[in-house]
Design a binder for this molecule. Structure first.
Ligand code: SF4
Length: 346
């Protein structure tokens, strides 16, 4: 029986150097392979032409190169690009490129499916199959950076972890991916251009604060009333708003970094004055920004975008209370742009 070959991309540069030494080769070969894998995005050992045929065969005998493949790409009339990304084990996740006049943002996935059960989300229907490993997350960013250069003639400017999965449930791999994205051997991106968007896992928000991360934090809140939030995000039963609020206060004390809240206003669910008041009350303890996001429906179910009057009411009251608010129009409406829709089809 052949031993299972290891993914060469799981090795650090130092481990690659050690591997070559253990094979009686010069350690610097490890640097060369690292460069092929991470700077030149090599997908096979054959292309590593500064290595001899023998060395390439030796690598082939020990390792595989697991890489993602953009299986299907949809382009919206508003410029949004959505990728269905096939992983080495044939599972599929999604990543999206969202261009505006000032920036191009990558929205990336952190898990295949999701263990949380938000009622408005297409990904929730897939259930959690596995965590993405750091290089699968990194590869999504590289693929979108390439698309940004190809179609918009500029590099990627921002990243949000707002695709499939709950990033804080895959904490270590997400942080390793961010480390690579921000490193000088990776994409050299500033952590201030990266946002981790969580549904709100209190313990892990505190851990982020303790780990003194430099990226931004966004919370998908959608309601500041426990009863309402539990009905649309059932895990709120276990992580109630009081726990979330305490964790966010801890985050703010440690980082002094503004908190962004992602918030969809749905007709008949959270479109009343009491909902806005609860939101203001929840987030006024620290400098906050609320993104009111237009809903991209996933089916003909209960979730319908609220009327313009309700959005105007939110904007008015939030601004009166000194909270920064932006209204985000839904992008890619003519493609399957709601998170999880394309992967559900695949
Ligand atoms: S909204 Fe996010 S956390 Fe909730 S089920 Fe969907 S992917 Fe998971």
């Amino acid at each position: 029986m052949h031993p299972v070959k290891k993914d060469v991309r799981a090795l650090t540069k130092e481990q690659l150097r050690q591997f070559f030494e253990s094979q009686g080769e010069k350690a610097f070969r490890g640097n060369q392979v690292y460069e092929w894998l991470w700077i030149k995005s090599a997908h096979s050992f054959d292309v590593m032409t500064n290595l001899s045929k023998e060395v390439r065969a030796m690598l082939e005998a020990h390792f595989v190169i697991n890489h993602i493949k953009v299986d299907q790409m949809q382009r919206s009339s508003d410029g949004t690009i959505k990728n269905a990304v096939r992983l080495h084990d044939d599972l599929v996740v999604e990543s999206v490129l969202i261009p505006t006049s000032k920036r191009t943002t990558a929205c990336v996935s952190s898990q295949v499916g999701c263990s949380l059960d938000c009622k408005f989300c297409a990904t929730a229907r897939l259930k959690r199959m596995r965590n993405l490993n750091p290089d699968e997350i990194y590869d999504q960013v590289v693929a979108i950076d390439n698309e940004s250069r190809l179609y918009f003639d500029r590099p990627l400017s921002n990243i949000v972890f707002m695709g499939m999965g709950e990033p804080l449930m895959n904490y270590n791999n997400v942080l390793k991916a961010v480390a690579k994205i921000t490193s000088k051997e990776g994409l050299r991106m500033s952590p201030r251009r990266i946002t981790i968007s969580t549904s709100g896992v209190p313990k892990m928000i505190k851990k982020l604060a303790d780990d003194q991360v430099k990226f931004k934090l966004a919370v998908s809140l959608h309601s500041a009333i426990d009863e309402v939030r539990t009905s649309i995000m059932p895990f709120n039963e276990n992580f109630p708003l009081s726990d979330l609020r305490e964790a966010l206060e801890y985050w703010y004390q440690k980082t002094k970094s503004r908190i962004t809240y992602e918030y969809v206003v749905w007709k008949g669910i959270n479109d009343q004055l009491k909902d806005v008041k609860a939101l203001i009350n929840f987030c006024k303890f620290a400098p906050s920004k609320v993104n009111l996001i237009e809903y991209n429906p996933i089916d003909d179910g209960d979730f319908k975008q609220a009327d313009e009057e309700a959005i105007d009411m939110y904007v008015r009251f939030l601004e009166q209370n000194g909270i920064v608010v932006t209204v985000r129009r839904s992008r890619g409406k003519d493609i399957d742009a709601a998170c999880g829709q394309l992967a559900n089809k695949s």
